[in-house]
Design a protein around this ligand. Structure first.
Ligand code: GDP
Length: 298
């Protein structure tokens, strides 16, 4: 918890400073509530959560003096209530191999998250295989290879520009043949040409289904915690192109925009599997709504 709290310090202190500025020696009147709502929206929490916080405070404390702590407490409660139903590990217990597709825009932390999960799985005694499905970028192929070494797991890769859907198909083939129980597939994430990217993603899913009709078992959307409310439009785009089954939010170490997780979760009701709090293999935590809400509220 303390590393997460440290990571979200910029988010929580930005909120805390603004909250203090409103409430120093002042009653909770209409105007104060409106200012508070604006502060919460500016912290990327989204309008729905912001309104819930102000309504909760107004219900009990209207026209009374409120302390910073009371505001933080209301915030933590609302965030925890919103996110607790969505706290859900990545369940890889079903039919084998379990096929997991990682989607998200370039730079969101997709490959890193895939790699961290591979290391984790290997340690738990699973036997993953990695597919370097971002065939557009040499660096991405190389990066999956590095994570494959760290996870002591094989990597399926091809030359740059190769067909990503075919590569995903072959990865499942090889998993079947060699007894791998999890297939972790990276995908391209260029957003400049959204239509093309989404078509590509649909094709990857279509071809995976030819090989294994109930796959992919998970489509994990990786969102960058530093982009704030832009995460909502990114999520929207990927939900239109594929059946996203859950999210991971990365870079919650040192961002002032961590509140965006609340907005995305509330809007799309997506399970949250993990959060990223650094670049290393240990820096992936199972998502805990309670820890997150306490770290965010400060
Ligand atoms: P991709 O393009 O979506 O595959 O993104 P990458 O996995 O290449 O990540 C982009 C950059 O973000 C890399 O430099 C990663 O090391 C870094 N990164 C990924 N996750 C985290 C995280 O949780 N915290 C921090 N600080 N950096 C991260």
């Amino acid at each position: 918890f303390s590393r997460l709290a440290q990571g979200l310090k910029r988010s929580s202190s930005k909120l805390g400073d603004s909250v203090s500025a409103i409430f120093t020696k002042r009653k909770l009147d209409r105007e104060a509530l409106e200012e508070l709502e604006d502060v919460l929206i500016a912290a990327d929490l989204g309008a729905a959560a912001a309104m819930q916080v102000t309504e909760r405070l107004a219900k009990d404390r209207f026209d009374k003096e409120v302390s910073d702590e009371e505001v933080r407490e209301a915030l933590a409660e609302v965030v925890a209530e919103t996110l607790t139903p969505l706290e859900q590990g990545l369940d890889l217990s079903g039919a084998r191999p379990q096929v997991v597709l990682f989607v998200g825009v370039n730079g969101s932390g997709k490959t890193t998250t895939l790699g961290k999960i591979a290391v984790k799985l290997k340690r738990e005694g699973r036997n993953p295989i990695l597919a370097a499905g971002d065939t557009f970028r040499a660096a991405a192929i190389e990066q999956v290879s590095v994570w494959g070494e760290r996870a002591k797991s094989p990597v399926i890769k091809r030359e740059i520009g190769a067909d990503a859907a075919g590569l995903a198909f072959d990865a499942i083939d090889q998993a079947d043949r060699d007894g791998h129980d999890v297939v972790l597939i990276d995908t391209a994430g260029r957003l400049q040409n959204k239509a093309e990217l989404m078509d590509e993603l649909r094709k990857v899913v279509r071809v995976i289904k030819k090989r294994m009709p109930d796959a992919p078992h998970h489509v994990v959307l990786v969102l960058d915690g530093t982009v704030g409310s832009n995460a909502v439009s990114q999520a929207q785009a990927f939900l239109e192109a594929s059946e996203v089954t859950g999210v991971v939010m990365t870079k919650l170490d040192g961002t002032a925009k961590g509140g965006a997780l609340v907005q995305v979760a509330e809007k799309f009701q997506l399970p949250i599997h993990y959060i990223g709090i650094g670049e290393g293999e240990e820096d992936l935590q199972p998502f805990s709504a309670r820890d997150f809400s306490r770290a965010l509220a400060g």
